[in-house]
Structure formats: C-alpha cells, structure tokens
Design a protein around this ligand. Structure first.
Ligand code: NAD
Ligand code: DAU
Length: 360
C-alpha cells in the first residue's frame, strides 16, 4: 500500500517552499522534503513547517540514486514532485555546468529511481485510492521567444529553448515525456510563467529591485526594458500544481500562467509606485529615480506569453491574484520579513547550512 505521502524535491527554494507550506497547512498529508541546499536553498523558507509532524526534511541531491531509492522504499510516497533545479538564467549563461548536472542528469537519475519504485508498486494505491505519479515542474522558457503576431504558447507549441537554463529544462521535460512513452511511467508536466511572491531569491528581477530600492541602490533594467513576461503569484502556481496532481491526465502537460503580460519596465515601475506608497523615500523622491539601464542579457528572449486555457478548461483552475493584488502582497511580505531579508543578504543562512550539514 502507498502512503498518503509526497516526496517534494527543491523544497527549500522559492516555489518548493511555498508549495510545502500550503500543503502542510491544508492538512493534505505527509511531505518528505529533499533539497541539496545550494545557494538558492534556504531552510528559513521552511521555518513554519520544519518541525511539523507531517514534514520531514532531508538534505540531499536528486542525482544521488542511493538516497532517492532509500527515501522511496522507506516512505512509499504516492507522488514525487520535482521542483529541484538550477533556476537562474543569468547564472546559466555564466556557468552552465550545474544546470546540466541538476536539471538534466539529476532529473534522469530521479526518473530512473521513480521507474524502479513504480515497477514495484504499480498495482498499489494510497488510502484515498491514488496510484503513483511523477509531477515535473517546468517553465514557459522551453518555448523560446514569441514572434510578433504569434499566439501565446500553448501545450502544442514546439520547444525552442534559447538559454542554457531553458535548454536544460527542455531536456528534462523530454526525458519525463520519454519515460511515459517508453516505460509507461505515470508522469505529469507543468510549464509555468514567471512567478513572484514570498521567498523569492533576490537575484531575480522583482526581489532584486525591491531590496535595491529600499537600500538606495540602482534598479538594473536590461537593455530597453521592453521585454515581456507573464507574471503569476507563487501561491497560484502552487494551487495549479495541486490541481494537476489530483486531476491531471497522466502523460499530459499543462501550461500555467497568470494572464498578466507586462514589460520589465512596467513591472519595476509598479513596484516603485507601491513602495512610494508603503515606504516612501526620506528625501521625497520616487523610487523610479533609481531605475538604471544596464547591458542586456546575452540572447535575451523578447517575449513570453502563456495560454493557460487548457488547465482552466479541463481542470477548472484559475489564478486568484491579479498582478496588482499579488505584487502588493509581495511587497508587504518583504517589508514584514526583515529577518529573512537580512539572513539572505548577509549570507547567514549559508553559514547555518555549513555548520549543521557540512561540519564547518
Ligand atoms: P529556486 O532556485 O528558488 O529553488 C531551487 C531549489 O532546488 C533550491 O532549494 C535548491 O537548493 C534545490 N536544488 C538545486 N539543485 C538540487 C539538486 N541537485 N538536488 C536537490 N535539490 C536541489 O527555484 P524556484 O524558482 O523555486 O523554481 C523551482 C522550479 O520551478 C524549477 O524547476 C524551475 O525551473 C521551475 N519554475 C520556476 C519559475 C520561476 O519563476 N521561479 C517559473 C516556472 C518554473
Ligand atoms: O519564465 C519562467 C522563468 O522565469 C523561470 O523558468 C526561471 O526559473 C525564473 O528565474 C524566471 O526567469 P527570468 O529570466 O524571466 O527571470 P528574471 O527575474 O531573472 O528576469 C525577469 C526579466 O527581467 C527578464 O526579462 C530579465 C530582466 N531582468 C532581470 C534581472 C535579474 C532585468 O531587466 N534586470 C535584472 O537585474
């Protein structure tokens, strides 16, 4: 018999931690959290659930087959949710190797262990009658840049990844697809647009500009700032993943988006306006005065847009937040969580990991 337990990888990162917290708070069952605690993994993100009886944290690599095998046999989860990844496009441009190792090789090893586990539990179900599923969390960046006049990315759009990050995610998506087609592994894949919200690491546009604004530093806009992204509040992404896990059809992919297309410049200006209202600068100037145009990202995709009609039509999922409501909640969260901000900015969360896990 399978347990009402899920194995969540990448659980100490931005989206994984929001997902685990929401899952535990909703009383949906036990979570075994597996995270390597790279620079992006922060146990502060899991602080509210770390000692919860329904949560167990394990530090480890998705590429460590012996560890994954042990966790699967010990906990008999009804699902694996794979959030673990190297996630930052700029880092992938400067050093792609970790992206290949985790996103491609790591996902491959995880799939191999999932396949062996599934072979042993094919006919088993959890107490609610669910059989095993492997849910892979991916990105809209696999579709490449949208040409002018082209419709938004649908699940039928051909993959055309342009950065080492998106190429590594595309490779992992293809492996997931192949494990279904070849071995019958019950997989689901979600491809989501840009998330924002609590726990977002301040290397990404929104938290970087938010914290730079408050620190009186420049708000760096790549190129002309007219690149367009679709933005989704992280809790809405989490609700979409729960929906796909419970009601999605195995072998299918689901695009997830917020119907919130904005240029980067618009995003930063909205952020500045909210900060002007919530925490005005002492000198009376607006935060917009800190906007600084900098050199563009090499190979920068001009436009992403997600057609999320399949998940809405087939599974009845819709986002709860507009960009305006979500960004306000986000600013509020950062203003109210100065401890989290300081631990990230001064690296204390890394020192804790070094002491507790690396013996330094
Ligand atoms: P993140 O960088 O904040 O977190 C990634 C987490 O994975 C970290 O906790 C890190 O320690 C962990 N990790 C990295 N390598 C690992 C390994 N080898 N083994 C175990 N754990 C490892 O990323 P995020 O923004 O939370 O993204 C989560 C997932 O969602 C990724 O797969 C990403 O591609 C996808 N995604 C992100 C967005 C977004 O806007 N952030 C949008 C769509 C899809
Ligand atoms: O589209 C989904 C993707 O969104 C996810 O798959 C990635 O994991 C996630 O990091 C995010 O990728 P982006 O490259 O879109 O996110 P980022 O916040 O780095 O950049 C958003 C946009 O803002 C992008 O067009 C680049 C631009 N930018 C970014 C930074 C960090 C700037 O103009 N200035 C900056 O300083």
């Amino acid at each position: 018999m399978l347990e009402n337990t899920i194995l969540v990888t990448g659980s100490a990162g931005f989206i994984g931690s929001n997902f685990v917290i929401d899952w535990i708070k909703a009383g949906l069952g036990k979570v075994v959290s597996l995270d390597k605690l790279t620079y992006a993994g922060n146990l502060d993100n899991l602080a509210t659930v770390i000692d919860h009886p329904q949560h167990e944290f394990v530090r480890g690599d998705i590429a460590d087959r012996a560890l994954v095998n042990k966790l699967l046999l010990e906990h008999k989860p009804r699902a694996i949710l794979n959030f673990a990844a190297e996630s930052h496009v700029d880092r992938s441009i400067h050093g792609p190797e970790d992206f290949i190792q985790t996103n491609v090789v790591g996902t491959f090893h995880l799939l191999e262990e999932a396949r062996a586990y599934w072979d042993s539990c094919k006919d088993m179900q959890d107490p609610a009658g669910n059989s095993f599923k492997f849910l892979h969390i991916s990105t809209d960046e696999v579709y490449g840049t949208l040409e002018p006049q082209s419709p938004a990315f649908s699940e039928m759009t051909a993959y055309a990844p342009n950065s080492p990050y998106s190429a590594s995610k595309a490779a992992s998506d293809h492996l997931v697809r192949a494990y279904h087609h070849t071995y019958g592994l019950p997989v689901l894949t979600t491809n989501c647009s840009n998330n924002y919200g609590p726990h977002h690491f301040p290397e990404k546009l929104i938290p970087l500009c938010l914290l730079n604004a408050l620190a009186g530093k420049p708000l760096p806009i790549y190129g002309d700032g007219q690149q367009i992204r679709d933005w989704l509040y992280v809790k809405d992404h989490c609700s979409a993943i729960r929906k796909v896990l419970e009601a999605g059809k195995t072998g299918e992919t689901y695009n997830v988006g917020g119907w919130n297309e904005k240029t980067n410049l618009e995003v930063v200006k909205v952020l500045c306006q909210i900060l002007n209202e919530m925490q005005p600068r002492a000198d009376g100037l607006g935060y917009e005065s800190q906007i600084t145009y900098v050199q563009d990202r090499p190979g920068h995709d001009r436009h992403y847009a997600i057609d999320a009609s399949k998940i809405e039509r087939e599974l009845g999922w819709k986002p709860s937040e507009t960009f305006e409501t979500g960004i306000r909640k986000t600013v509020q969260w950062y203003l109210e969580h100065q401890d989290w901000v300081q631990n990230v900015l001064n690296g204390d969360y890394r020192q804790w990991v070094a002491k507790h896990y690396d013996g330094n």
